[in-house]
Design a protein around this ligand. Structure first.
Ligand code: N5H
Length: 259
């Protein structure tokens, strides 16, 4: 058993730019010898994702659109993946969205539409993709599904609001999906990353305060990097993690244990 992913294929959903956590994961998996397939949301992202994918040491670059609010498109994307590679060994789901104006002030002001949108994109999408993978028998040799969560789903974090409620739903989904897919040797886990300056965090009120508090209070007294999250994803994708499912691993310099 080792960390090599030579001969294995993984789907990465959610690369936006080089600061993305999904990109940290891509680099770790690629260095370990994995073949990667990327999906992106919306034409705006395509060029970036293609450029980044081309910069990796991959034999072939597979980049496909996938709007995860559209079940038919999810099915089409994963059927395309099946046609191209036959089977996959894992999936990194790094997708979330909430209306910016609902990531500030009182959670109480969340609208029904904003609530549904945040849950549809940030939580249900994992279940939708997992179901398509199972229905297409895409992980026929077993596999590892990894999603990204955040502490704000376990406890109150100022301004995280509807995203916290959506992450709580995602965390519960990880457990139920782990139970459903365990019989097919598919493991489902979450990584709870500390705050990282990604595109989705850009322009969000109070983000700098969260970073500062993390550096002051976390046992390691520092922030975490995309690379550290990527290496944890690599572990979860590898056979070394074969006994782990339904779990959340915090990659946050120990911050969640404080306070
Ligand atoms: C406590 C915090 C800070 C406050 C809350 C931040 C929540 C961020 C997550 C969501 C996913 C951000 C989001 O949807 C922003 C969008 O409304 C606007 N941005 C975009 O559309 C950009 C262009 C695209 C790329 O973004 C997305 N999401 O598609 C939490 C932080 C300390 C930690 C953090 C930032 C957590 C997290 O979940 O990302």
């Amino acid at each position: 058993m080792n960390l090599s992913l030579e001969g294995k294929t993984y789907v990465i959903m959610g690369v936006a730019n080089k600061r993305s956590i999904a990109w940290g994961i891509s680099q770790s998996l690629s260095k370990a010898g994995a073949k990667l397939i990327f999906t992106y949301a919306g034409e705006r992202m395509e060029k970036n994702v293609r450029q980044l994918a081309d910069s990796l040491d991959q034999e072939e670059t597979i980049v496909l659109p996938c709007d995860i609010t559209d079940d038919a498109e999810i099915e089409k994307t994963f059927q395309d993946i099946k046609d191209k590679v036959g089977h996959i060994d894992g999936l990194a789901h790094c997708i979330a969205f909430a209306n910016k104006e609902e990531l500030d002030g009182d959670y109480l002001n969340t609208t029904r539409d904003g609530f549904m949108l945040a849950h549809s994109i940030s939580s249900y999408s994992l279940t939708a993709v997992a179901k398509v993978i199972r229905d297409l028998d895409l992980m026929k040799e077993g596999g590892s599904i990894v999603t990204m969560t955040y502490l704000g789903g376990e406890r109150i974090v100022k301004n995280y609001n509807v995203m916290g409620v959506a992450k709580a739903s995602l965390d519960a989904s990880v457990q139920y999906l782990a139970n459903d897919l365990g019989k097919e040797s598919i493991r489902v886990n979450a990584i709870s990353a500390g705050p990282i300056r990604t595109l989705s965090a850009k322009g969000i009120g109070g983000f700098n305060d969260v970073l500062q508090e993390m550096e002051e209070k976390a046992p390691l007294n520092r922030l975490v990097t995309q690379e550290e999250v990527g290496d944890t994803a690599l572990f979860l994708m590898s056979d070394l993690a074969r006994g782990i499912t339904g779990e959340t691993i915090h990659v946050d310099a120990g911050y969640n244990k404080v306070g």
